[in-house]
Design a protein around this ligand. Structure first.
Ligand code: FAD
Length: 314
């Protein structure tokens, strides 16, 4: 009595993972082990990052191609526009569509350290890239006998480092929706209230597209600090102190997984339509988080978390 129904009890929760193209043959081998492990959880899609200015275009396209040909996974191709002209980008979009990609995450990309402004002639904002994707799609729709391309965008629970305010971020998200975005994935955040605030600000402003929380497993102190710096968000002192004080990798994994699961559950309780896990091309932490979240449709058969394994062993 008096409790609100949990939307995650009724609506199916989407699951996705982020991967990045490998930088060496050894990294590729590790990545493919990860891909095979993640595949067993039947994610809705896996996203593949793309360097700002297209620095890793060939390896990104190669990975996407292999995912389509050799796995059951559906790739969501990240695409950045900074440093690239509309003609160059239209070429890459065409290539992605030809390969069979039907989902693109339209991003500006981070500006390089020596450039505070995008290069002359390149698209300026993610919004411009969404419009370009829709134009290319329209031109080719007569040739493609396939459904509409799903276009995702970035959203920011904590203010984007270059943005004057959270309100401005929401105006930008609304503009992306108007330009044709279908859904958004958030930047890393450490406090569920930041995601909840973004949701309520966005809904008040008229944003109706799903906003999927991007969640990183908090199992590496170095990574937590680094991502916090990049996203311009301070991780909680309690989390960093507990990770720093952990004596063993197993303990660190358990602390990080528990904190991540708490964050993801808080987002789901607030009505998040799915969870997007930043994997860093490693499956162990992501799968531990998933086991504890126990999402319907995405449970690994015979899965046993570290906590359970340790209990059984003792
Ligand atoms: P935009 O939406 O264009 O915003 C960039 C800045 O411009 C913001 O400060 C915004 O407030 C402002 N702005 C936007 N539109 C307007 C406007 N019309 N008028 C005035 N101001 C405006 N980076 C990569 O390089 N490769 C990746 O693969 C990648 N993947 C990512 C995945 C996710 C889920 C997220 C959240 C981020 C990812 N990034 C990636 C990082 C992203 O490129 C950076 O956060 C970048 O700084 C901003 O990208 P954006 O798409 O949000 O840009």
């Amino acid at each position: 009595v008096g409790t609100q129904p949990n939307p995650s009890d009724t609506a199916p929760v989407a699951l996705s993972y982020e991967l990045f193209p490998p930088r060496s043959p050894a990294a590729a081998e590790t990545l493919w082990t990860t891909i095979r492990e993640l595949e067993t959880t039947a994610p809705d899609y896996v996203s593949v990052t793309y360097g700002a200015s297209g620095s890793n275009r060939d390896t990104a396209l190669e990975l996407i191609d292999r995912l389509l040909l050799e796995t059951t996974l559906r790739p969501l191709a990240h695409l950045t526009c900074v440093g690239n002209t509309p003609e160059q980008l239209a070429g890459v979009i065409g290539q992605l569509l030809d390969t069979g990609v039907r989902g693109i995450l339209a991003l500006r990309g981070d500006l390089s350290n020596d450039a505070s402004q995008p290069v002359n002639g390149s698209l300026r904002y993610a919004q411009d890239l969404i419009e370009l994707i829709r134009r290319v799609e329209q031109r080719r729709s007569a040739l493609l006998c396939a459904g509409k391309v799903a276009v995702g965008v970035a959203a920011y629970p904590a203010r984007h480092p270059e943005s004057p305010s959270e309100e401005h971020d929401v105006e930008v998200l609304l503009a992306k929706q108007r330009s044709g975005a279908d859904f958004a994935i958030t930047q890393v955040f450490f406090d569920s209230s930041q995601y909840l605030d973004l949701l309520s600000r966005a809904r008040r402003a008229g944003v109706t597209i799903p906003i999927i929380p991007g969640v990183m497993p908090f199992t590496s102190l170095r990574r937590v600090k680094r991502l916090g710096e990049l996203a311009g968000v301070e991780p909680s002192a309690e989390l960093t102190e507990r990770l720093a004080a952990a004596d063993t990798d197993i303990e660190r994994l358990r602390i990080g997984v528990d904190a991540t699961v708490d964050l993801a559950n808080a987002a789901l309780d607030a009505g998040a339509p799915g969870i997007h896990l930043y994997t860093f091309n490693e499956h162990q932490s992501a799968l531990e988080v998933l086991d504890k979240l126990a999402l319907p449709r995405h449970t690994r058969a015979g899965s046993l978390s570290v906590a359970n394994r340790t209990q059984l062993a003792s």
